[in-house]
Design a protein. Structure first.
Length: 115
């Protein structure tokens, strides 16, 4: 693992942005009734996308307008999908575990309506 990825944590803008985006994707998945096969297919496709264009996510070097945002959203959703696995997923210096995140929202009686 190179130093670029080692240093992406909660203090890095990408880690901070993921700490907001991933819980919203978890709620969105929950609101639609849970995970589908399509969610897993898209998560797998995102892993391939990151292999091909991860530098755009990290450095914003795309010539296509909105490409970095699109990659970010697909990555956040893929992390959310993986967060439903037992133990969740640790990435960007934080652990995302869907059940724990959903419990926080339940305890705070938070209701978020997602389109």
């Amino acid at each position: 693992m190179n130093n670029t990825f080692k240093n992406i944590n909660n203090d890095h803008p990408l880690g901070i942005a993921m700490s907001v985006a991933v819980p919203l994707w978890i709620l969105s998945i929950r609101e639609k009734g849970g995970l589908s096969n399509q969610d897993f297919i898209e998560a797998r496709e995102t892993s391939i996308l990151l292999g091909e264009k991860g530098d755009i996510l990290l450095f914003g070097s795309s010539k296509k307008k909105g490409e970095a945002a699109n990659i970010f959203n697909k990555t956040a959703k893929a992390i959310a999908v993986l967060s439903f696995c037992p133990g969740g997923i640790t990435i960007f210096g934080q652990t995302f575990e869907a059940n724990k995140i959903l419990n926080v929202f339940r305890k705070r009686r938070t209701k978020i309506i997602l389109d």
